[in-house]
Ligand binder design. Structure first.
Ligand code: MBD
Ligand code: FE
Length: 283
């Protein structure tokens, strides 16, 4: 099968996400204080015991759980599972004290080191990239309202078919991934292609849980961003499109009202445009 006709599979995208995690974020449990491991493991297990007693969980259900947990690992879908169903609360706790722009979850598909682009730029994309052109512009300031010169705006998102480069076959390596360096007033103007609503892979273990529970697999269309500058706290966030049917029932629970874009027809006549400003907290 050629790369272009190869189909995306949960196991392949899971394997890529697992490798990515091991490369960028691996923190050994041996580096977590014993008191915290003891406390957290005990309380999570207590919650499991309480659930088993309350609902009189059977051996068949226990074995179905075991089989499913084994398959999550085999499919490489632990990053996907944890980012979809757990990360939103970790993010809420981590960023509770911020005054600046709202963050939300990173998800499993960030790759550091995307090509550097100027303050006015077009995202890396295929010549025949499908979708609605989107001009995304704005300014980075600090909490006092002053511009943050040369802030770094990392943007990554899915294509119109809902696939991310490096996690689905047949897409150029850095497609729809860029590192924009804002100008000396913190401003940026980026041309990209609007992403589509996104369904998490349904043919793997996470998909199995979703169908077994009668849930749906959708995330609303979204842009992922990391905005950073020296002496400021990095913000990881996502932005959403008004009217998306899944803004109210995102499977990853990552939508916040502050993260909805104001989408307008582009002044150029070609597609849409939107302005979104970021406010960074001091480090
Ligand atoms: C995504 O694109 C995503 O953003 C999250 C959080 C989980 C799965 C896929
Ligand atoms: Fe995403």
């Amino acid at each position: 099968m050629s790369a272009a006709t190869e189909t995306a599979t949960a196991a392949a995208s899971g394997a890529s996400a697992t490798e990515r995690f091991k490369t960028d974020k691996l923190v050994g449990v041996e580096n977590t204080p014993k008191e915290r491991v003891d406390l957290l493991a005990r309380e999570v297990l207590d919650a499991v015991y309480a659930t088993i007693r309350k609902h009189e969980v059977t051996y068949d259900e226990f074995n179905a759980l075991k089989a499913w947990l084994i398959s999550v690992g085999q499919d490489g879908e632990w990053p996907l599972f944890l980012d979809v169903w757990v990360e939103h609360v970790v993010e809420e706790v981590a960023n509770a004290d911020r005054e600046g722009s709202k963050g939300t979850i990173e998800g499993p598909y960030y790759v550091p080191g995307a090509p550097e682009l100027g303050a006015e730029a077009t995202m890396p994309m295929r010549e025949d990239e499908q979708g609605t052109p989107l001009l995304f512009q704005g300014q980075v300031t600090n909490v006092a309202g002053n511009p943050v010169p040369n802030a770094k705006v990392e943007l990554w998102h899915a294509d119109e078919a809902g696939f991310y480069s490096q996690f689905a076959p047949g897409i150029p390596e850095w497609n729809l991934r860029g590192t924009i360096i804002a100008d000396d007033e913190g401003r940026y103007r980026i041309n990209t292609m609007q992403p589509a609503p996104y369904q998490i892979p349904t043919d793997g273990s996470c998909g199995k849980l979703i169908s077994a529970a009668g849930w749906h697999a959708w995330r609303p269309a979204h842009l992922h961003l990391k905005v950073s500058a020296p002496e400021h706290q990095l913000i990881t966030t996502q932005l959403y499109f008004p009217g998306d049917p899944h803004n109210d029932d995102d499977i990853a629970s990552a939508v916040k009202p502050e993260l909805l874009l104001d989408i307008q027809p582009a002044e150029s006549g070609n597609g849409n445009q939107t302005t979104y400003d970021f406010v960074l907290d001091p480090a």
